[in-house]
Structure formats: C-alpha cells, structure tokens
Design a protein around this ligand. Structure first.
Ligand SMILES: Cc1cc2nc3c(=O)[nH]c(=O)nc-3n(C[C@H](O)[C@H](O)[C@H](O)COP(=O)(O)OP(=O)(O)OC[C@H]3O[C@@H](n4cnc5c(N)ncnc54)[C@H](O)[C@@H]3O)c2cc1C
Length: 393
C-alpha cells in the first residue's frame, strides 16, 4: 500500500519554524527545517513568553526547560508613567490563575526548541531560492543546489519572507515611526532590580520596558523611541548607548540608573504589515512573521507563531497527502482572524504606551481595562480551536 503520510518542509529556523517542527513531531508528522544561516542563533535580547505560547511548549514536553531557563514574572509587575507614578498592574496569569509568564533570552528559547529535533531534520546553510508545485507535490530549491520535495511547505521565513509572494502579491511593510533599542545588563550590576517582575514606563512618544531573563541573571531592557530614519524591517544594528540615555533623560531614576549600566545596545526598526487576505496556495502556507508580522507592544509575535504551529499540526494530523491543501485552508481559517486582531491590538497598545492622548487619565483607564483583551489572548488554546474547526467540517 502506498505511504500517504505527509512530509512537511519548513523554511526558516527561527522561533516559528522550530515551533512548527516540535508541534508536527508531537503529532508524528515527518518534518525537516531548512534555515539559511550557517548556524541557529538569535540576538542578545529577551522575548516575553505568555500563557498562550507556554501552553503549547508544555504540550510539546518543554515546560521544565522553560521554567529552568526563563525568569517567571509575577507580583510587582507594573505599568508606570514616565515619572514613576504607578498606573496599573501588568497581568501575569491566565484566567485560571496559571502564572505561565516568563522573560526568556531569545537564544535560550531557540535552544529549547531546537534540542528535541534530530540533527537530520534541522538543516542549516539552506537558503531557499525557489518554489514550485503541482497538484500532487511541492518542490523547494536551495542556494546550495539541494532540491527537496514535500507534501506541505511551511514558509516560516520571517517578515521578509521570500516565499510569501507565491501566496499573495508583494506589499509594502508599514513603518511604525519608532525604533527599539534593546539589550541586556547583568543583574549583579543592578542588584536592586526585581528578578521576578516586569515593568513598563510610558512617556510622550516613547516607552521603556524591562524584565529579567535567564533565571534572573540578566535584565532585558527595550527603549522605544521615535525615529524618522526608516531602518530595514527587523534590521538589527549596534546602537549608541549615549543616544539611548539621552532619550530617557529625566525619567524615573530607576530607568536612568539602569541605563547608566548599559554598555552595548542594538537598534531595531519596528514594522508590521496589514493583515493578509490569504495565507495558503495549494501546498504552501505561511506561519509566524511571514504571515502576520506585528508590532511588539503586546509581546505576542513569538507566542502567536507558537499558536500557529500548534494549530497547523492539529489540522495536518487529520489529513493525508491528497487532502493536505484542504487542511491548510482549515489552518488559515482558524488562525487569520485571531492574528489580525492581535496585530491591530499591538498597534493600539503602542499608542497607549506612547501616551498619544490629550488626557492621560483616559489612557491610564484604558491600560487598566486592557487586561480584558490580554485575558482573551492568554486563555486561548490553539489546539482546542483547531479541533473545533475540524469537528465542524
Ligand atoms: C523589539 C521586538 C521585541 C519583540 N518582543 C517579543 C516578545 O516579547 N514576545 C513575542 O512573542 N514576540 C516578540 N517579538 C516578535 C517575535 O520576535 C517574532 O514575532 C518571532 O520571533 C517570529 O518568529 P518567526 O520564526 O516567524 O520569524 P524570524 O524570527 O524572523 O525567523 C525567520 C527565520 O527564517 C530564516 N530565513 C529567512 N529567509 C530564508 C530563506 N530564504 N531560506 C531559509 N531560511 C530563511 C531566517 O534566517 C530566520 O532564522 C518582538 C519583536 C520585536 C521587533
């Protein structure tokens, strides 16, 4: 009897692509990840893990690794005005009270996701240069001359996705008008900083976010400032620590003291895109930033990519080679509306954080009320959602 089990090729070995590989392997689906870089890696910065992403990592057997490598964020997590006036607590649980909110070093999360994958299913030095498909198979071409056939291709190749134009016409990214200065400071150089709390200061046109990572040994900061200079999307380059300090001069002394310890910082232009009208064409689908790049003002880009991975694996587990394209339609049906709402929500939160309000008490009330939207995000289980969609078919 012919083997009808699906073979999946993932393009991109970032958080989204590696999450997809874990989710698919969890469902016993054959998967290979192709990453262009010669080795997996990430910049020295943090990523905020929320219950909706943590729920999937737990499902894939990675919970203990997250607890060991992360810094759990809880009591004391607070929004402030720029002068240090407290505005509201930051939500650090889902509605059941599950405190699965962590600051993670990005490299640690990549490592946690890559470790369970067999070496032969994770191919670095593979830059995808071409894609074609027939009814029964998809084919990828790589810069190193390799050609790979698969039943499903997942483009998890980020905001610059080289494969997206096979699904939708090319479009322009939207520059937010802000750049993010990001970096890490050793906790021992700022010993008074809490190792179990996140803090966010909001000022005019700027905001400053701090949370610990790597079991509290490092403190991650992100300073969001306006810029006319349109850097390349997600372009990360060394920034000037003095320019960063100048941008937040006169803010809460806790912010100034932390910035006094900064020796190196990286600069990241903040872009998103309008929600796409479709994510799939035949045997090709998009995942993570390739599908829905969003501003970081809800800390949800990576978490939504993990949700995508979980939903995709759930629908493909119910498909075979012939029905795989139909399964991809179900996947995007389950995911598009939700990720569009999070993309929009991230833009709105950016306006709140940057204090774009005549009356700041209105903004403060909205920040307090935004807990409701956060709950909607945190309570979600992408697998339950995908299973419900399959049951309705
Ligand atoms: C300042 C800032 C802070 C953020 N903070 C958070 C946060 O706290 N929480 C959160 O959830 N999200 C956060 N995000 C968003 C999050 O980082 C991304 O949404 C997430 O990493 C998406 O991952 P991805 O795998 O889809 O894309 P990427 O991380 O961009 O990975 C794409 C991968 O594909 C590879 N690739 C590209 N082209 C090719 C090709 N042709 N062939 C082969 N490989 C290719 C790349 O080398 C890369 O490894 C933040 C973003 C910013 C800008």
């Amino acid at each position: 009897m012919a083997d009808t089990r699906i073979r999946v090729a993932v393009v991109g070995g970032g958080i989204g692509g590696l999450a997809a590989a874990n989710a698919l392997r969890h469902r016993d689906i054959e998967v290979t990840v192709h990453e262009q870089a010669p080795a997996l890696g990430e910049v020295g910065a943090g990523v905020f893990l929320a219950p909706n992403g943590a729920r999937q990592l737990q499902r894939w057997g990675l919970w203990d690794d997250v607890v060991a490598a992360g810094a759990r964020l809880g009591e004391g997590s607070t929004y402030f005005r720029q002068d240090g006036t407290p505005v509201a607590p930051i939500l650090t649980t889902d509605s059941s009270g599950w405190n699965a909110v962590f600051g993670m070093h990005r490299a640690d999360l990549i490592d946690i996701l890559a470790r369970p994958l067999p070496a032969e299913s994770l191919l670095t030095g593979h830059r995808c240069t071409g894609f074609e498909q027939r009814d029964d198979v998809a084919r990828l071409h790589f810069g190193n001359g390799d050609v790979v056939e698969a039943d499903v291709v997942v483009a998890a190749d980020g905001i610059h996705s080289a494969l997206r134009h096979h699904v939708v016409p090319p479009s322009m990214p939207v520059f937010s008008g802000s750049v993010a200065y990001r970096g890490l400071v050793a906790h021992e150089s700022v010993p008074e900083w809490p190792t179990g709390a996140s803090r966010l200061w909001m000022g005019e046109g700027k905001h400053f976010l701090v949370y610990p990572v790597r079991a509290g040994t490092l403190i991650n900061y992100v300073g969001f400032v306006p810029s006319d200079e349109q850097t390349r999307e997600s372009w990360s380059a060394p920034g000037d620590p003095d320019a960063l300090r100048a941008a937040f001069a006169g803010w809460d002394p806790r912010v100034e003291d932390l910035l006094g310890q900064v020796e190196t910082t990286y600069w990241w232009g903040l872009y998103d895109r309008e929600p796409l009208p479709t994510w799939s064409a035949g045997r090709l689908t998009l995942l993570g930033d390739a599908a829905h790049p969003m501003l970081p003002h809800l800390g949800q880009g990576a978490n939504q990519a993990m949700e995508d991975a979980a939903a995709l694996a759930t629908v493909l587990a119910h498909a075979d080679r012939a029905s795989a394209p139909r399964a991809l339609q179900v996947y995007e049906h389950v995911r598009r509306e939700r990720t569009s709402a999070v993309q929009r929500g991230a833009r709105e939160n950016g306006l709140r954080y940057d204090s774009s309000y005549e009356d700041l008490s209105v903004r403060d009330a909205e920040i307090a009320a935004s807990t409701e939207f956060r709950r909607w995000i945190y309570d979600h289980d992408a697998v339950t959602d995908a299973e419900a969609a399959i049951a309705r078919l």
